[in-house]
Design a protein around this ligand. Structure first.
Ligand SMILES: *Cc1c(COP(=O)(O)O)cnc(C)c1O
Length: 239
């Protein structure tokens, strides 16, 4: 059941926070609902989950509308907060700017400029994270670590975006020690930017298999799909 799986994930987060001696309210759980129907989102929403992540633009936009239809008239502080976490093509950026609250996967300047231009005036600035290709994989998108500072300064200047921090999807590793190394690099990158005066606070890192390692290294948002909603039958790759 989704509510039980959700509670189990919350318990894992709480245990990792205790081990890291970090307050549990510093880690936000983003429930990754990609490939699952709006009804699964509603079950999680009814169990108190607020933040949801989607990877595919059209699927996400349709689900946002369907969830609003299934749960109309929610109080402002009970409404879902939608995070776009997947690869973003230029021709789909407008839908994302219009329908989502966050984008974690900003991987080039041009996409950031488009999102800023396309963010509707009646909405607050779009929260964004820069995706960092922390394991330097040819198959993964994201800024190289060495490019992050310059990109962050340019993106911070865009009027309709609020630069919040950094996101990564490291290469899978089987033991906690290996999992932590790229997360530690991310934490150091964020600290460097903060020391340069950038007012950013978000490290989006950690998924079902490595959320504990990410929390030990300072994750403020973990993106968890499988451990909440179960295995995905449609094969998807994190990019
Ligand atoms: C699918 C996905 C997740 C969730 O992965 P799980 O292993 O199912 O927890 C997190 N982040 C991104 C970018 C994803 O694409």
């Amino acid at each position: 059941m989704i509510s039980e799986a959700l509670q189990h994930v919350r318990d894992r987060i709480a245990a990792a926070c205790a081990q890291a001696q970090r307050p549990v309210d510093r880690v936000t759980l983003v429930a990754v609902s990609k490939t699952f129907p709006a009804e699964a989102v509603v079950a999680a929403l009814d169990a108190g989950q607020r933040h949801f992540g989607e990877n595919y633009v059209q699927e996400g936009v349709d689900k946002i509308a369907r969830v609003a239809f299934l749960r109309p008239n929610l109080a402002v502080d009970a409404q879902p907060v939608w995070h776009f976490i997947g690869p973003l093509q230029s021709n789909k950026s407008r839908l994302v700017a219009e329908h989502f609250d966050w984008v974690h996967s900003v991987d080039r300047l041009k996409i950031a400029q488009r999102l800023s231009e396309q963010r509707p005036a009646h909405l607050p600035p779009l929260n964004v994270c820069l995706q960092v290709n922390i394991s330097n994989e040819a198959s993964k998108s994201g800024f190289a670590a060495s490019e992050v500072a310059a990109a962050a300064l340019q993106i911070k200047a865009l009027p309709r975006l609020q630069l919040r921090g950094l996101m990564c999807i490291p290469e899978p590793a089987d033991c906690a020690g290996k999992q932590r190394a790229p997360f530690r690099q991310m934490r150091e990158l964020l600290s460097d930017l903060q020391r340069q005066g950038l007012p950013i606070d978000t490290l989006s890192m950690g998924m079902s298999a490595d959320m504990e390692a990410a929390i030990m290294e300072g994750a403020t948002m973990v993106r968890v799909g499988t451990a909440i909603f179960g295995a995905r039958s449609v094969k998807t790759t994190a990019a």
